[in-house]
Design a protein around this ligand. Structure first.
Ligand code: ADP
Length: 224
């Protein structure tokens, strides 16, 4: 299974990425974690990217693309599955990641979009900021990360829709519920991902299920 996550900050990419990786026993490639590790170790790369991270800006594309190329090579050696979390974050990264993955015969089978509204994301990120774990979890940086998400990351969601590999889930609910829905969807898709070509597939939208079954907590408030 090869899954790529697209989600705004605070939607639960890290949590769900870890769950998917454990469930399918595949590597979890998280660009944010890889970059933060470099910063913590004060490597040359870490020193070069620290300021970008602290300001909530994206680091240069070539830096993350190099990381992903290396991680893909390792994933291939480990069996060929992966969960990609944190990249792509703009259209150029989406195209480049697709190119690298195709060269290695590892294009994503599923692009998983975690949908949540800004109000909820801000609430979650501010709560996390109180724990002071990350240098980019302060209000100003959080607002910048959300703004950048809408500006440059969100537009790539429709690209995966056109490719037929998009699965959208409602990430406003508790992590456990979101996780259960994701694993169910992925297990259902698993037998067919290598058999049915992308162009013959259709995007799957699970985001309105809760509302359809009478849950009013989340989907009614969603904006996009
Ligand atoms: P979040 O989604 O909560 O912002 P991440 O851990 O995915 O958290 O990313 C943290 C930071 O790492 C980003 O704000 C950005 O500075 C940097 N980063 C991660 N992935 C990328 C990427 N693909 N391209 C550019 N910068 C990235």
């Amino acid at each position: 299974m090869r899954v790529l996550l697209v989600a705004p900050p605070g939607a639960g990419k890290g949590t769900q990425g870890t769950l998917i990786a454990a469930h399918f026993d595949i590597p979890h490639i998280a660009t944010g974690d890889l970059l933060r590790e470099h910063v913590a170790r004060q490597t040359e790369l870490g020193r070069a990217v620290q300021e970008h991270l602290d300001r909530g800006e994206l680091v240069p594309d070539d830096i993350v693309l190099n990381m992903v190329r290396d991680a893909f090579v390792e994933a291939k050696a480990a069996g060929g599955g992966y969960v990609l979390d944190g990249i792509p974050r703009n259209m150029a990264q989406a195209r480049a990641t697709y190119g690298v993955a195709r060269d290695l015969d590892l294009p994503a089978n599923v692009a998983l979009y975690l949908k949540a509204d800004d109000e909820e994301l801000l609430r979650r990120l501010l709560a996390r900021a109180k724990l002071q774990r990350r240098s980019d979890d302060n209000e100003e940086t959080i607002r910048r990360r959300l703004e950048l998400y809408h500006e440059v990351t969100h537009p790539i969601v429709s690209w995966y829709g056109q490719r037929g590999i998009l699965v959208s889930v409602d990430a406003m609910r508790p992590a456990e519920q979101v996780g259960r829905e994701i694993l169910t969807a992925l297990e259902v898709l698993r037998p067919m991902v290598d058999l049915v070509p992308e162009e013959a597939r259709r995007p799957i939208d699970l985001t309105s299920l809760a509302a359809a079954f009478g849950e009013t907590t989340s989907t009614a408030r969603m904006s996009d």
